[in-house]
Design a protein around this ligand. Structure first.
Ligand SMILES: [Fe+2]
Ligand SMILES: [Fe+2]
Length: 291
């Protein structure tokens, strides 16, 4: 969606939601829209679509439908109204609005962003919200799992409350599709080999370390090659929605360290690799050579 289209829609949407939402809900909506836009930029999603979906997500919150539980249904009804009143026909936006309350199995990136932005916008305050916020900076899937986990706990603590089956299915789906640390380490090793990384090795540090399961080591011919190796890893993992928690050594790449939580990637020039000799430090762990 381009900027002009987004602005045109906002001119229609803003007065509508301001009129139909309570002031606190309107403020919440603006917070969700701002956060959704930021998250879309970070995770490579269309930020205009994210903003529109966010502005519309609670539009039906105070609609009345006889015999319908609007706590669960306002998303689905909001999606219908969005199509009807504002001509929204983008399936992804409509799904993001429809499923923002419960989540669902197989959520798209945009759906995850709206689901999370709704749960963690700055106005939200509940146990573990900061933990979810932190993870949502780098990992949509794990943040969604944690948020769903927290919802499930919360509902179980209250007698008579009802957990929507979509939430359980959403969590199971995400857990089943998370990449195992070994699989991730092997994918990174393969990528480094394909880019002519030198002496690619995996060290299984799970037994000896509390912070990660694997080190991936690779030497680069020179600093430019080190940068290229780093780019290659990011290019392969970003489409899978896997982002590093932290990258060190971007400016002087004799040692680039990419922290993918369970897997830490060390891209080093040959001098640095010899000097720091991580293989020796972790010598009693299993080292798997991948070339
Ligand atoms: Fe909602
Ligand atoms: Fe909301």
């Amino acid at each position: 969606m381009d900027y002009t289209e987004c602005e045109r829609l906002k001119e229609q949407i803003m007065p509508y939601i301001e009129e139909h939402l309570k002031p606190s809900r309107f403020e919440h909506t603006l917070n969700v829209a701002e956060l959704a836009r930021t998250m879309a930029l970070r995770f490579g999603e269309d930020e205009n679509k994210a903003e529109i979906a966010a502005l519309l997500h609670d539009m039906a919150k105070y609609e009345k439908r006889p015999g319908v539980n609007m706590d669960f249904a306002h998303g689905k009804i909001g999606a219908e109204l969005s199509a009807e009143l504002f001509g929204i026909d983008d399936e992804d936006i409509l799904n993001a609005i429809a499923n923002h309350t419960t989540g669902r199995a197989g959520m798209s990136k945009l759906e995850k962003i709206i689901f999370l932005a709704d749960a963690i916008e700055p106005g939200r305050n509940y146990p573990r919200v900061d933990e979810i916020r932190k993870i949502a900076e780098t990992d949509l899937d794990r943040a969604c799992i944690l948020s769903l986990e927290r919802t499930i706990e919360h509902v179980r603590e209250h007698e008579g409350w009802y957990l929507h089956p979509d939430s359980l299915e959403a969590k199971q789906y995400l857990e089943e599709h998370l990449m195992e640390s070994k699989e991730l380490a092997e994918l990174i090793a393969k990528t480094l080999n394909d880019k002519k990384g030198i002496d690619v090795a995996l060290i299984d540090i799970a037994e000896r370390s509390s912070f990660a399961d694997y080190f991936v080591l690779v030497s680069a011919g020179n600093e430019r090659h080190a940068q290229a190796l780093r780019d290659a890893v990011e290019d392969v993992l970003e489409p899978l929605e896997i982002f590093p928690k932290n990258v060190e050594g971007k400016n002087k790449p004799t040692w680039i360290l990419m922290d993918y939580r369970d897997v830490i990637v060390n891209i080093m020039t040959q001098d640095a690799r010899e000097k720091y000799s991580l293989e020796k430090i972790w010598g009693d762990c299993e080292i798997i050579l991948c070339n």
